[in-house]
Each structure stands twice: as C-alpha cells, then as structure tokens.
Design a protein around this ligand. Structure first.
Ligand SMILES: Nc1ncnc2c1ncn2[C@@H]1O[C@H](COP(=O)(O)OP(=O)(O)OP(=O)(O)O)[C@@H](O)[C@H]1O
Length: 215
C-alpha cells in the first residue's frame, strides 16, 4: 500500500533547494535521505509531512492530495492522528515530566503508553523527572516515545538519533524498524549518518538540486 506519494516537487527559499523530486513510500518501508548541511533535507521532510506547501508539485498522503484540496482542519487531523513528526529540536513541554509529555499523546489517541518502547529506549528511570532535568539524549528518546505513542501510520524523523551514542542510537532505530513492521507503518528519515541511513530499505542523497538513489 502506498502511504505517501510526492510527484515533481520543487522548492526554493533565497535559492533553489531541489527540483523535480519524486518519492513513494509504502507500508513497511523506510526511506532515508542524506545530504550536506543546508541541502534541503529538513525542508523536504516539512513538505512531505503537511507543514510546508512546495513551490511546485503534488504530495499525496494516504491517497489524498494534501496541499490543494485539504482545508487547514483536515491537515490538522492528518498531522494529529495519522502521522508523527520527530523534530531536530524536540519541542517537549518543559514544565512537564517526561511521563506527562508521553501521556499527552496517550490521551490524544486513547491508547496506553507502550511499556516495551519505554524499556527499549532505556527511559523508564527518568519518567518522573522534569524535561529540564533530562540530558539531551534522554529528551530525544522521550520525544520519540511521545510520537510513537500516537501510533502514526507514517513516522517522519529529522536526525532522531543526533544526540545519542552509537549503541543507544542503534537500539532506538531497532524500535523504529520494528514499529514500522508491526504496524504496517512507514518511516521517512533524514540524517547525516550514511551508515544509519543504510539500515533503511531505500537511501537517497539530496545533491545538486536532485534526489539521487543510493540504494
Ligand atoms: N523558512 C525558511 N525561510 C528561509 N530559508 C529557509 C527556511 N527554512 C530553511 N531555509 C534555508 O533553506 C536551506 C535548507 O535548509 P534545511 O534545513 O532544509 O537543510 P538541511 O539539509 O536539513 O540542513 P541540516 O543538515 O543542517 O539540518 C538553508 O539554507 C536554510 O537557511
């Protein structure tokens, strides 16, 4: 099943970022995009995940064109209930504990927190701590747990393991890959780390305005 289809996407800010980009993401699939800093990876992720309309081209999520036909209300519904976005800066609620942050998602979709994920992320002992008392890597894992608790069909992740050591990063990626398999979901990953990217089913490099297939 095709969950995401982007056709002939082009975008620019002060200068052109990419041109004529085409991507299809199917259930149980993971796509990684690598590229140098400033090549437009995060911008592409924003375009695919309802946050930014491209200058040209079409983006379909779950078979539905998202930028021309959808009202803001429908976009909000997709963003809240059908996709999950892990940002480089994680946007946790600072005054809340780690657990309360994850509970927000749990309440939103009326689904309990998955204790297995908490354990696999190694954050069970910090759940009662306030966000400001957590290390950067702990905050990153709490934010991923919060997003997974919504049980999104597509998970968009921008450098999700940027603050983590290799071993912890590997453990987190394992959870993401299992989540995708077990839930018929899909992962769109942006990273600088080519080795990490190569654990995905498809790898692309954003370079010279094009999305080039590496794997
Ligand atoms: N909202 C915006 N308005 C204007 N320019 C922007 C905006 N967002 C990003 N840019 C510019 O677009 C370019 C690409 O940014 P983007 O964050 O997509 O790159 P990236 O490949 O993800 O970089 P990094 O690896 O450093 O995170 C940068 O030059 C950035 O300054």
């Amino acid at each position: 099943m095709t969950l995401l289809e982007a056709t002939n996407i082009s975008h620019s800010f002060d200068y052109p970022l990419f041109d004529d980009v085409n991507i299809k993401l199917h259930a149980q699939e993971s796509i990684a995009v690598v590229g140098v800093s400033g090549s437009g990876k995060s911008t592409l992720l924003h375009i695919l995940s309802t946050l930014l309309a491209p200058k040209q081209g079409s983006v379909k999520l779950f078979g539905q064109e998202i930028y021309t036909k959808n009202t803001q209300k429908q976009l909000l519904h997709i963003r809240r209930y059908k996709i999950g976005i892990v940002f480089q800066s994680h946007y946790l609620f600072k005054g809340f504990s780690a657990k309360e942050n994850i509970e927000v998602s749990s309440l939103l979709v009326n689904h309990p927190i998955d204790e297995e994920i908490i354990k696999a992320f190694g954050i069970e002992r910090v759940l009662e701590k306030r966000v400001t008392e957590l290390s950067g890597g702990e905050q990153q894992r709490v934010s991923i747990a919060r997003v997974l608790t919504k049980r999104p069909k597509i998970l968009f992740a921008d450098e999700p393991t940027g603050n983590l050591d290799k071993k912890t990063a590997g453990a987190v990626m394992d959870v993401l890959f299992h989540y995708v398999q077990d839930n018929d979901a899909a992962l769109f990953l942006v990273t600088h780390d080519l080795q990490l990217a190569q654990s995905c089913s498809k790898v692309y490099r954003l370079e010279d305005l094009r999305l080039k297939s590496l794997q």
